[in-house]
Design a protein around this ligand. Sequence first.
Ligand code: DON
Length: 343
Amino acid sequence: MAENKPGGALDDLIGSLKSAVAPFRATLNELHAKYRDVADGKVADYIPELALADPKWFGISVVTVDGQVFDVGDSGQLFTVQSVSKPFMFGQALEDHGREEVLKKVGVEPTGEAFNAIVLDEQSNRPFNPLVNAGAIATADLIHGKDFADRVKRLLGIFRRYTGREVYIDNAVFMSERTTGHRNRAIAHLMLNFGMVSDRVEESLELYFQECSILVHAHDLAVMGATLANAGVNPLTHELAIEQQYVKDVLSVMFSCGMYDYAGEWAYRVGLPAKSGVGGGICAVVPGRCGIGIFSPPLDARGNSVRGIKVCEELSSRFGLHAFELGFGGQVMDEQFRLRKSR
Ligand code: DON
C-alpha cells in the first residue's frame, strides 16, 4: 500500500472530498441554528411516556446513497420510531405475501383524515392505507412468524437491516402504549368484526405497539431513508433490506399518505416520499440520492414535527429535491455531491 506522507496524495484526496461536501454540512448547521429556537408545537402526551421528551431536542441527518453521512445536532438522541415504522412494515408484508395478497387486506388510498381516525373502506372491506393506524394494524397482522416471539424477532430484524445496527424496544413506552391504546384496540376489533384481520389480532396489536416502541435516532432514520433511496440496499452495510421490486410500493404510499392530513400539502411543497411519527421523527427519501432523518419532538396539530417540516421544506427548495422540480427533481444535488450508487 502506498505510504501517505502529510500533504501527500491521499491527504489531498481526503481534503478535496471534505471540501466538496463541507458546504452541505454548513447548510445543515445553518438550518439547525435557524430553527432550533422555534417554539411552536407541542410534545405528544396522549401516551404518557412520550410526554417525557425534551422539546429542545433537535437532530438533522442526511445519508447519501454512496454512504456520505452528515449528522447535526441531537442526531444520536434515541426516541421511539412510532409511525415511521409503518412503511417499513408494509414492505415486509409485501415480501411475506406478495403485492396482490397484501392489497386484498390494505388499500393505498389517502384518507385526508387524522392518523387514528376510525374510518375503513367499506366498499373494498379493508383499511384505506398501511400508514394510518387501522392499516398499520392490519399490516402488522400480515407479518409472518411461527409464534409471537418469532414475529417480534422478525420485526427487530427488519429494522436491523434498514438501520445497520441492533435495535431495541423501549419497554416503558411499549407498556404505556398498550395500557392506553384503547382506540387502537377498538379499531382492531372493528376490523375483526368486518373480517379485515385474522383472529390473532390481539397478538398483532401487541406487535404494532412493539413496532412503535423501537428506539432509533435521526441518523438511523436517514440511513433507513437512504436504503429506500438506494433501491433497498443499505448504503453503509450494503445489506439488502427489502426486495428491490417492492421499494416503489413503499415509496408510493409514503408519497401519498405519509404525512396524514398534511399529505397533499407536503407533496405539493416538499415533493418527497416521507413518514412522520408522534415521537418527533421524520424520515424522507430523495430517490436515487439520499435519506433525510429529522428528530424534534414538538408536533403540529396533525402530529408532524414542526421543525422537521420546516427543515424538509427548506432542504427541498434549496436543493431542488421536489420530485417534479424542473420536470424531474434532484439535479442540483447531483451536481453538488457527484453521487454514485453504492450497490
Ligand atoms: O398508534 C399510536 O397511537 C402510536 N403508537 C403511533 C402513532 C404515530 O406515530 C402517528 N403518527 N404521526
